[in-house]
Ligand binder design. Sequence first.
Ligand code: SF4
Ligand code: SF4
Ligand code: SF4
Length: 702
Amino acid sequence: MTRRRLPILQPRAEGGDEDPLALLRGGRFARWFASSLAVVGLFWIVSDRVEARDTAHAVVLVHTALQAPPQPPIEDITPAPPKPPIEDITAPKPPVEDIKPGRAPPPPPIEDITPPRKPGESTDEFGRKRTGTGALVLEEGEPDESVGLPTQQRQEIASGGFFDPTAFDDVKTVKKKAYVHLMPGIPNEAFFAGVVLILLLSFSLFERHGSRDKRARNYWHLELTRFAWLKRAIKSRWFQPAVQIPVVIAFLGVIVIGLIGSQEPGRNLAPVLTWNIWWIGLIFMVLLFGNLWCFMCPWTAIPDWIMRRSFTKVRPIASLAKKYPRFKLWMWPAIVLFAFITWLEIVFDAANRPWLTSVLGIFMILLSWVLLVVYERKAMCRYVCYVGRVSGQYAMMGMVELRRRDNDVCRHCATKDCYRGSPRGYPCPTHEFMGAMNENQYCTLCTECVKSCPHDNIALNLRPSGEDVLHAHRSRSDEAYMALLIFIVSAFHGAAMIPLWMEWENALRTAIIDGQTALFGADLLGFGGSHGGTMTFTVMMLACILGPAVIYAALCWLMRLASGRRDITTRKLFIKFSYTLLPIALFYHLAHNAVHVFWEWSKVRRLISDPLGWGHDFFGTARAPLTALWSPETIWYVQVALIVIGHIYGIYVAQRESNRLYADDRKAALRVHLVMMVGMILMSLLSLWLLAQPMFMRTADL
Ligand code: SF4
Ligand code: SF4
Ligand code: SF4
């Protein structure tokens, strides 16, 4: 075999750079550290766009409920020369109106002349209209240069559509309520602290790259089913429906509220509960409890109960029971659906359209129903449901698992009831065989296998996070593409909300129109028309999905080159290392969403009293102030901490993966890990940069 040796690292001298004190003595680590600081310095110089709090826009437009009111401009603070007031100059004469008795009373002060504002609105020191919470109110036709956007996009915002001026045409009430919050990004000191930590910890971890993948699969865990009451509860057929029934009732309630309630997004509980609480809470929940959402999911529960005509009885379903074309499709339907729903959510602003939120909920039930009728078991859960697949991949880092207790018992088990089902429980809906299941990815925690197993060989365990990705696990190309898409979409969501994105979008739209005009003499594709914004956004989204995928493929090619080995192909590296991106994606997701959770939770407090936006006040909280749970400073540092944790987590997982892949070749493992680590550093720095940008939030404001 031909070995291509790249001069990346020299073999370690015994006791040399392994020594952590090498930093003080000027070893290899010190050189890396010095290089890191040089990179930081470079960043400092070129990162004027990073300064978020200093931009006049951010200070002016920041959510004032969360930050001290903006200071008056400097010229207001400067003590003016003591000019006597105008009325003092004319003091000797009585005021004109006093000379003519019976005249109309003096005109009200200027601020009183302003047309009556909507309740809760006020005017700030700069003469701008704001909502009760401090959000800037952009109304149709109102010029506002300070937003920092091109005229066309200002007009789009003013007319209610971020990307498509016609986006809100069918919901006229929304058009009058287009609020834009520009949230400040993390400050420079937090950004650079994050950069230094990422670089320093990356190289520290790399320095410790001596450990082999020695850990066997018998990691620490606490068996929760040791508690007899919990075991009894899980074995009961009421265990899952007891949780699902209230969730189904709440879900149906949200659908009805979305359809019949006020279509002003800030006055309807459905979008706030769906997009601000459920979708974000799901990501937090999955880290702690794995696929807990699937356990309570209403989408499959509703058709399942109806077709079985029972909540608890084990009855067959009148289904065509066709085999899902797994060898052709795998989970590609879920991947396509995930990309499509992301596009729909942003382009059609689903988070601010109550009726669309409800329609998406109904769509998930119908899709699940159709698949239940056509295919055997639950093809929806294994192959089609993008929520289940996203949470499934994140659940590999979850801290709860269902696993066999004893391998030997499964090996000698004749019935395999956990897979095939029994009178006590259904066959596994996602085709998992507990005797060989080593990951949470496809386990929906339905507990049917626990009920079926005749040997009581399945346990519910608490465990450290990430055991599925730290140990040898199944790896397939569709899972790899899904992991990559999750990583890309989580970053893309953040990127699509920063002002720079709009500048790029505008520039691309102009370039496309100009290019067509130059080539064909006209804008043939209609990018200049009313749907031009949507089309440009779609092009950019496709580029954002394909671009990073190509870059990741190039990174894998470099890894293969660095390894000097031909037996492990670029494709294999592409698949294997895609799982190592999951920690970075998950923690960026958490960091990005921390703002929503800790700043927007109080909207729920209001809406719970007036869920339909019809003016009720059931619990006396309909007019409660919008308050943040944490201060912006706390949230900023929590965000940076999450990014750093995700980064180190990712590097550690990548280190374990490279050690597993090149178990017989330590130097190849080191080189491959180094290349992947450089890639991960760039990804994490990009995450930090995104968090440092001011962020537009199309908000369901109140
Ligand atoms: S995979 Fe999807 S449909 Fe199935 S239980 Fe989970 S969330 Fe529900
Ligand atoms: S989990 Fe239970 S039913 Fe399944 S193979 Fe093991 S012993 Fe058999
Ligand atoms: S039957 Fe068992 S392995 Fe299959 S999804 Fe349900 S809990 Fe998971």
